[in-house]
Design a protein around this ligand. Structure first.
Ligand SMILES: [Zn+2]
Length: 275
């Protein structure tokens, strides 16, 4: 009985940490377009590797355009949250030798980093801008914060369950493993942290599309980068950019749908102005 209640409360707790933004509906036409774009990007053999100096110039050029727009976007979206820090440092990670881009906190300051290999691998300013916008999406969607809450909830619930069954086992004179509590807390934390990763990715794609568009880039062109065929893990066994950002048609479909939404909104605004 306790097990049932706890599982139920785990589900309720975890679903309380879902996405803040509504993910767009994907109609059939959009799904088919996404499928075609995905297949085309996957088989594209025309990609070139950019020289480091040129890649760095591209990074600076895009960052200087995306940053003020994304900051303003972030401020507007988080206006009701007290002391929300939208001032992101965007920098190149010169240590990491694999293609990667990520959002993190350094001493409480939000930071977006892109590695040289990923910058050299990108084919257009649109790709850099979209990935940058996507990483801002993790900030605006408060994903790190939410995943920590989920991890804690998961750890607490699994830890409680283990403690309960151990107590039962001990009462029945059975062998019990005192380390199991700690182990299950870790397991619970991992499971909690993973629970929404896919919807967080899609939420970041939604926000990234809006940021890239607002900064004057083409997010649809930029999102092609995700479809690039790559291994989910690096040779050393670490998760690559494609491991943490699973390439699938749904991502492209989401970007297409949000892009069309923006078109519709802007068309409406133009119409209203003309009246
Ligand atoms: Zn992401």
């Amino acid at each position: 009985m306790l097990r049932k209640i706890s599982t139920l409360s785990a589900i309720i707790f975890l679903s309380g940490c879902g996405t803040t933004y509504v993910l767009p509906d994907i109609d059939e036409t959009t799904a088919i377009r996404a499928q075609n774009m995905f297949a085309e990007a996957r088989t594209d053999t025309s990609r070139n590797t950019m020289q480091p100096a040129a890649a760095e110039r591209r990074f600076q050029r895009v960052a200087s355009r995306v940053k003020p727009v994304a900051e303003q976007f972030c401020k507007a979206e988080t206006a009701t949250i007290e002391n929300f820090d939208c001032k992101v440092r965007i920098e190149i990670d010169r240590e990491m030798k694999v293609r990667n881009a990520y959002f993190t906190y350094v001493k409480d300051q939000p930071v977006i980093r892109m590695t040289m290999p990923i910058l050299q691998d990108m084919q257009s300013d649109d790709e850099v801008a979209f990935v940058m916008g996507h990483e801002y999406g993790h900030l605006v969607g408060r994903h790190i914060e939410k995943q920590q809450q989920q991890a804690m909830a998961g750890a607490l619930i699994l830890g409680m369950l283990t403690a309960y069954s151990n107590a039962q086992a001990a009462a029945a004179g059975m062998h019990y493993d005192p380390n199991a509590v700690g182990r299950n807390i870790e397991l619970g934390a991992a499971a909690g942290a993973m629970a929404y990763s896919q919807s967080y990715e899609l939420e970041s794609d939604t926000l990234g599309t809006r940021i890239a568009r607002a900064a004057g880039y083409d997010p649809v062109k930029g999102a092609r980068y995700f479809a690039r065929p790559e291994k989910a893990r690096t040779d050393s066994g670490n998760l690559s950019f494609w491991g943490t950002h699973p390439p699938d048609e749904r991502r492209i479909a989401t970007v297409l749908a949000v892009d069309a939404q923006i078109d519709a909104q802007q068309g409406l605004q133009r119409k209203q102005k003309a009246q």
